[in-house]
Design a protein around this ligand. Structure first.
Ligand code: ATP
Ligand code: AMO
Length: 432
């Protein structure tokens, strides 16, 4: 037997046809003379209607014995039925019992019984059987596809860089140390140094979609210890160019998700709006004023506190950039402004109160880069192989990193970042 359709593809037009569905027993209602089995597969739920008078006694008995979450294959005829959920139902001719399920289930798969996130994550494969959970991953998958499609159109090359690394990139505190034979090594926090070194290779336009590891001690709704970063770097460009390609990518990805994931968005009750570009640019100085005017304490030269992010989220609805960040609070590789070196060429992309991406024009001058490292208390000796790339013809360049899970949060509207990861890694969770 081969599956002929997924449930959502079975429509009135197939009336009278013989089809084969495969999936799980979602629910079963035995009314004596008639049994209704709801078969659930990846894309939907179909009603199998078994009237004792119309089917063989043997088949009727087999159907009677089915239990919740058993795995079955059903061969039957499509019949119009105004009372069935999709306006069609299947009259079974043959059923194959493929596997059973232990009962009771650790987690209800219909979504009718509320479960805490920890219970859900402990039995994630069952949790993912729920349509409103599965929908998030249909959208996330399409989002990656849209991004790859867009970057292919823009002539970018997809690269892979090592995740076993020798040094920090985004400040020394958030590293996972590991043993690498006789040496100490770390899990990569960001492909930052490698994507920059690729600019010295002449590849010009590169991107990478890969895990980043951050030993965040805190347990928040928007931090993970393992996340997927969408990183991009372009030679012969500045931060304005970087913001332009980022806003176009965000717009195109959302448009594409809207076009291809209508059902998933409906399941999540999301009315997805394609944002207009260009996104608003808010200067850091104005951010300080806005936040302060909302009664939240913020001194010039500080990063946005959670309260400051929330204050911004009340004023800004949708995607916007924060530009003109003080050089002092951005990483060493960020280019200081040409007019005022205290203000950098770095930007953050925000969605309401959530940071989605950071990016910048980078320093391409060797001496300036070494100076910035020293100013930030870093030892240039520990960046020797990276620094070498700046001695032999490094072009000006810029780029950014987008947190894939945070972007998924902004599309789906889910409030806990764990909802957007199949098997999340957080402060307390290393299994499953
Ligand atoms: P980036 O790595 O670029 O800074 P990010 O969004 O991960 O991006 P963080 O500095 O890690 O930024 O923190 C983001 C927000 O989380 C900040 O507003 C910060 O105030 C808040 N935050 C940091 N530590 C904690 C904590 N222990 N508890 C709650 N919130 C925190
Ligand atoms: P940054 O440290 O801001 O920048 O990270 C980029 C984006 O990655 C996401 N992100 C996270 N998502 C979930 N959990 C985490 N712990 C986490 N940490 C980061 C956020 C963030 O905006 N090298 C630079 C990028 C660049 O300049 O190209 C960098 O790593 O969405």
């Amino acid at each position: 037997w081969r599956r002929t359709h997924y449930s959502d593809k079975v429509k009135k037009e197939l009336k009278g046809e013989d089809i084969i569905l495969m999936g799980w027993v979602h629910e079963i209602r035995d009314l004596g003379g008639i049994i209704f089995v709801l078969l659930r597969d990846r894309d939907g739920i179909m009603q199998i209607t078994a009237p004792s008078k119309k089917i063989s006694p043997k088949l009727f008995e087999d159907i009677k014995k089915l239990k919740k979450e058993a795995v079955i294959a059903v061969k039957g005829i499509v019949q119009e039925s105004p009372k069935a959920p999709n306006g069609v139902e299947i009259i079974p001719e043959e059923i194959k019992f493929l596997n059973g399920s232990k009962l009771p289930l650790p987690l209800d798969t219909t979504g009718n019984v509320h479960a805490e996130i920890d219970t859900r994550l402990d039995s994630r494969y069952l949790d993912l059987r729920k349509q409103n959970v599965s929908a998030i991953f249909k959208i996330k998958s399409r989002m990656f596809h849209s991004i790859r499609k867009f970057l292919e159109e823009k002539d970018y090359r997809e690269i892979n860089t090592p995740k076993l690394v020798a040094s920090a990139t985004e400040g020394g505190t958030e590293l996972f140390p590991i043993t690498y034979f006789e040496k100490e090594a770390f899990l990569g926090q960001s492909p930052q140094l490698y994507k920059q070194m690729m600019m010295a290779s002449g590849f010009d336009k590169v991107f990478e979609i890969a895990p980043i590891f951050r030993a965040e001690e805190h347990d928040t709704l928007r931090h993970l210890n393992e996340a997927i970063s969408i990183d991009l770097e372009t030679a012969f460009t500045d931060h304005e160019d970087a913001m332009e390609i980022l806003e176009e990518l965000i717009q195109r990805a959302i448009q594409d998700v809207k076009e291809h994931c209508g059902d998933a968005l409906k399941t999540l009750e999301v009315d997805l709006k394609v944002p207009e570009i260009p996104f608003p640019r808010v200067d850091y100085d104005d951010v300080v004023d806005i936040v302060t005017s909302k009664g939240v304490l913020m001194n010039y030269g500080e990063d946005l506190s959670r309260a400051a992010e929330k204050a911004m989220g009340e004023v800004m609805d949708g995607y916007y950039f924060i530009t003109g960040w003080p050089t002092a609070i951005k990483p060493f590789y960020v280019m200081p402004g040409s007019e005022d070196p205290e203000k950098s060429c770095a930007f953050d992309l925000m969605y309401k109160d959530l940071e989605i991406s950071s990016g910048a024009m980078r320093i391409h001058n060797y001496d300036l880069l070494v100076q910035q490292m020293k100013d930030k208390g870093l030892n240039p000796d520990s960046f020797e192989t990276y620094l070498q790339a700046f001695r032999y013809g490094m072009p000006p360049h810029s780029g950014w990193g987008v947190g894939a899970e945070r972007f998924t949060m902004s599309i789906t509207g889910v409030k806990n970042i764990r909802e957007t990861v199949l098997f999340p890694r957080d402060r307390r969770r290393l299994t499953p």
